[in-house]
Structures are given as C-alpha cells and as structure tokens.
Design a protein around this ligand. Structure first.
Ligand code: IMP
Ligand code: MG
Length: 353
C-alpha cells in the first residue's frame, strides 16, 4: 500500500495538497507525449530533486525548454536542469549507447550520471529489425529497436551495461542508490515514459509498446518497492494525441486538429500526431490503474487560450476551472500542476495552496 505523505483536504469540494516530499513517480496518462518532460523539469528546479531514475527507453522523447534551448531527451533524465541532481538509468531500462553518449555531451552531465550495471543494451541489429520487420511497421513502432532488444533480454542472451567498455565509467547499482536516497530523506523522482494506453499489459494491444508503462512498472524498473513511493503523479494533456497505429476514440481529421490547434508532430521521430478530445472515462481508468495520488494537466492554454502563461489558479476563466474540476471528479485525484505554456515556469502549482 502507498504511504502517502501528502495530506489532502477537501475544501469547498476541491482538493488542496499541503507539501511534497519523499519519492514521486511520474507517468503518462494516455498514449505518451503528455508533457512529462516539462513537468519533470519544473519539479527538478522547484523541489530540488536530489536523485532521478529514468526508466523505459530511447523510443520516448521528453521535451524540455531550458535556458533558451530546446532539448528532446531520449535517455538522459529530464531533471538534468537542476545541476545538483544525481541522474540514473534504471536496471529495467534499455540503453541505446550512441544516443546516450550524445545526450551526455549535449547536457554536460558526465560527472553526475550513472547507469545500472544490469541495464540492457539495444544493438544495431535490433534497430535494423525494428525498422524492416513487417509486423513492427504494422504497429507503427518508432524503429529504435526497443521491442527486439527486450525480446533478446527475455531470451537471456542480451548484453548488459556491465559488458560495455564505453559505459564502465558510469556503472553503478541504481536500486542501491535510489533506496539509500529515500532512506536518508532525500527527494527522489522516478521518471516514467510513454503513457498507460501504450502499456503492453493495460494498453490498446497489440498497438502498444513492448513493456508495461504503469507506475508499478516504473518502480520495478528502478528497483524501488511500492511502499517507498509517496506520490504517483499522472500527467494528462488537455487533449489527447497518439502516433502510430491503433484506435483513438473521438479522433479528429487533420484539418479539424489544425483548426483546434491540436495538431502536433512527434518530438523524436517527426511523425504527425493524431488527436482527439480529452476523455474523462479513460482518465478515470488510467489514474485507477496507476494508483494516482495527483494529476497534472498540460497545455490547458491550447484548450482555453486566455489561460496562456497563467501562474495563479484564480486567473483562469470559469470554463477552464470547470474543466479542471471535471478532471478531478473523474479521476478522484487533485489536479496539482497545470501547464499554461511551453516555458518551464508557465505552470500553475497548486500544491501549496
Ligand atoms: P515502439 O515502442 O517503438 O515499439 O512503438 C510501439 C508504439 O508505441 C507505436 O505506436 C509508437 O508510436 C508508440 N510509442 C512508443 N514510444 C512513444 C512515445 O514516447 N510517445 C508516443 N508514442 C510512443
Ligand atoms: Mg514524447
């Protein structure tokens, strides 16, 4: 059971959260691309995250705007923006070595990044298979080779980080480090990737990724037990997008998506994203399976342009507030963070209110 160190008060039928501490898991609610990079980079700076463990793999890109620069990170944790944060890649993750080394140089984090010695390796033949395999093309995979690398791991024939000379200087025991940080009351964040609807177990199979993406799976990949987690933050965008194949309830035509301002292209692959309105029933399901204690809603300004760059809840229009209240009603969790623009500080943080 989760030991939730947050205290929730029901004030005038709205939740208020008092204080964040301990270990937070951040996961995506729908089909990925909800804006986890923005939320995590904000938390890194605001809460001074001491240790972050990134899970998942190179198929996911987390976008961060920091210091006038845009980063689309596939491997380095999104908390790199806080320069005292120890950056870790968990045992359950899969590493694409050239991409990891490139991002380490770009973000200048060589002295503070660590890789678990049991993290498995994506090899060039995995990427080649993913790009050419007919079934992978039908699913619409990203082509990075994550699925074939996980198959290799399940066969027990995979290379691990421990076997790679270029990674020797980064090797560590991530579970040991993360649990020691939790035991000494440091602030820890476990960074999930993609979204629950892309989960191999709970998503829209077979049009899913090759692993579970739930909060429980993130804990497992990092090596942190569920009883050590204090906060499960599920990030949902104010509208839904999806890349690749598979059903998307309420899907808009490209023309309508452009008209609504919902048309996006993928930060990693450049592919066009399909879009649909926010789905309250789906939000209920994904927050339940993740055991959400809080919800973040990103891109509220796209739905309600007059909320652009708002940083105070009361600046929002009645309609925008009503939407947030409906999300809270559907999910049974407080919406604590609201994204109102691309900048790291374009955020309404209701955790202290
Ligand atoms: P794979 O994870 O590359 O095998 O791709 C499987 C499915 O998950 C495809 O529909 C991809 O478009 C989707 N997918 C994988 N990673 C992401 C992500 O980070 N954001 C959005 N979709 C993703
Ligand atoms: Mg993304």
């Amino acid at each position: 059971m989760l030991t939730n160190t947050f205290k929730y008060h029901l004030v005038n039928s709205r939740f208020t959260v008092v204080k964040r501490m301990g270990c937070t898991v951040v996961v995506g609610g729908f089909w990925g691309d909800e804006g986890k990079g923005k939320i995590i980079s904000y938390l890194a700076l605001k809460d001074k995250i001491d240790v972050c463990v990134r899970t998942g793999s190179v198929n996911a890109a987390h976008t961060i705007y920091y210091d006038g620069k845009r980063y689309a990170l596939h491997m380095v944790p999104s908390t790199f923006v806080y320069d005292k944060c120890r950056l870790l890649i968990g045992a359950g993750a899969n590493i694409h070595i050239p991409q990891l080394l490139k991002e380490i140089r770009e973000t200048n984090v060589e002295s503070r990044i660590g890789v678990d010695k049991q993290t498995s390796i994506i090899e060039p033949n995995h990427s080649a298979t993913d790009k050419s395999d007919t079934h992978s093309r039908r699913i619409g995979t990203t082509g990075w080779g994550v699925g074939p690398a996980i198959q290799e791991r399940a066969k027990r024939t995979a290379k691990l980080a421990n076997d790679i000379p270029d990674l020797k200087r980064f090797l560590t025991d991530v579970a040991e480090e993360a649990n020691a940080a939790i035991d000494t009351k440091k602030t820890v964040l476990l960074e999930g990737t993609q979204g629950l609807m892309l989960s191999l177990f709970h998503g829209s199979y077979p049009y899913v990724t090759s692993r579970d993406t739930s909060a429980a799976a993130v804990c497992s990949e990092a090596g942190v037990g569920p009883s050590n987690v204090d906060t499960v933050l599920v990030v949902c965008k104010a509208f839904i997008t999806r890349v690749g194949s598979g059903n998307l309830p309420g899907e808009l035509s490209k023309e309508d998506a452009i008209r609504q301002g919902w048309f996006e292209t993928a930060s990693g692959t450049g592919r066009e994203r399909r879009s649909a309105p926010f789905n309250f029933e789906l939000a209920r399901k994904v927050t339940k399976i993740n055991g959400a204690t809080e919800v973040a809603v990103t891109k509220l300004d796209i739905l309600y342009p007059n909320s652009k760059e708002a940083t105070v809840y009361n600046e929002l229009s009645q309609e925008a507030k009503k939407f947030i209240e409906q999300v809270e009603k559907a999910t049974g969790a407080p919406v604590t963070l609201i994204g109102t623009g691309p900048g790291a500080l374009d955020i309404i943080d209701r955790r202290g209110s």
